[in-house]
Design a protein around this ligand. Structure first.
Ligand SMILES: C[S@@+](CC[C@H](N)C(=O)[O-])C[C@H]1O[C@@H](n2cnc3c(N)ncnc32)[C@H](O)[C@@H]1O
Length: 356
């Protein structure tokens, strides 16, 4: 009983102090700890790190404590030296490599910087409204975000060019995972398709990598005017400014990456019905390609907790939800599609091909 109670107290402490995780990650990035270890090219001692960061002498023992929690969170690997009395060495881990490999194929730093940046001034206010939002019937305030800020997340990105730019960069960096998946798919997804519209495709990063790897696919990006206005049409990708609730340009296939989880079922059905009108028949490759999470499916050994946390982000900032296979199936049926096929890829991402 006593150990149950100790465990219960520990769980409560973990819950209430859980905010220390993003805060210590922010501190590590502010100080440049990860870059310093990366530039050093090999594990660093506390003394080397302390001097490389040019921190006051009085902060050395505090740095040790920060490194200890970063290591506990899996952002740093602590190596104890075999010889007695020598200092602990700090190295990067697979997690921190995703934030230091800036020129590499997988760089999630802009996505993380965006999340940390909006947390303080924008999202925290919205998260703290969640309880009041649950109690109210007000249809005008569809999300805790709207309750906190009197506008939707999309309206705010439309009015705030810095936020819009940071959001687009976050989306570009999150695309890096998919570029790899698409290349590795060996083109099966795009077989028989001559044209594709990436709906809500932002700056066109994914569309560009599809067009470059599969030149037989003519790619168009549809997004809101404030998003596409800065991007030029070129030989690779054409940008169309518009509202996906009004019109989707015709193509063999429509791609929806991280779109439907931002919207409730009724809005998703409107989007999917317009997609169905836009695509060609199944015989000529007609399909909707959805890249999203499917709750219940994760790569082996990957905890589902991050997806459940992300679902709360969706609940707070959008009318959307992270869906399981039954939820997806019901959407496809209601929008008039005949069948679908799910391919699970990396992390929380699946590719769902939906046929008319
Ligand atoms: C979560 S982001 C996903 C962006 C991109 N597909 C990706 O995964 O990187 C959602 C995108 O939908 C766009 N969007 C929101 N409402 C839209 C609308 N009514 N019509 C077209 N695009 C819209 C946003 O501007 C944004 O680029």
């Amino acid at each position: 009983m006593e150990s149950d109670q100790s465990q219960a107290i520990a769980e409560l402490w973990k819950m209430i102090f859980g905010f220390i995780k993003p805060i210590s990650l922010k501190c590590a990035l502010d100080l440049g700890i990860l870059d310093e270890i990366s530039n050093h090219g090999q594990p660093m001692t506390l003394s080397q790190l302390h001097s490389a960061l040019s921190l006051p002498h009085s902060k050395k023992s505090h740095l040790y404590r920060l490194m200890r929690i970063l290591s506990h969170f899996g952002l740093i690997h602590e190596q104890t030296c075999p010889s007695e009395g020598s200092e602990i060495m700090y190295d990067l881990t697979p997690t921190s490599l995703l934030l230091t490999n800036k020129e590499g194929p997988l760089n999630l730093l802009p996505f993380i910087l965006f999340q940390l940046d909006v947390l303080k001034d924008i999202m925290l206010k919205a998260y703290l409204c969640m309880g009041d939002w649950f109690k109210q019937e007000d249809k005008d305030k569809q999300t805790p975000f709207e309750m906190a800020h009197n506008c939707s997340f999309w309206a705010m990105t439309g009015q705030n060019s810095k936020l819009n730019e940071m959001f687009n960069n976050a989306m570009i960096s999150s695309c890096s995972i998919f570029t790899d998946v698409i290349i590795k798919s060996g083109g099966n997804i795009f077989m028989g398709i001559e044209s594709l519209v990436d709906v809500g495709g932002g700056p066109g990063t994914l569309a560009k990598s599809i067009a470059m790897h599969y030149p037989h696919v003519k790619c168009t990006v549809l997004d809101l005017p404030h998003v596409v206005q800065g991007f030029q049409n070129d030989d690779i990708v054409k940008f169309v400014s518009g509202d996906m609730f009004n019109f989707i340009p015709p193509a063999d296939a429509v791609l929806l990456k991280w779109i439907l989880h931002c919207w409730d079922d009724e809005d998703c059905i409107k989007i999917l019905k317009l997609c169905k009108e836009a695509i060609s028949s199944t015989e000529t490759g007609g399909k909707v390609i959805i890249m999203e999470a499917v709750v219940g499916y994760t790569s082996a050994n990957v905890s589902e907790e991050p997806l459940l946390l992300f679902d709360m982000v969706m609940l707070t900032s959008t009318t959307g939800v992270e869906r399981d296979e039954q939820d997806w199936k019901s959407l496809f049926n209601r929008a008039g599609f005949s069948s679908y096929n799910i391919v699970h890829t990396v992390g929380f991402m699946s590719i769902i091909e939906v046929y008319p």
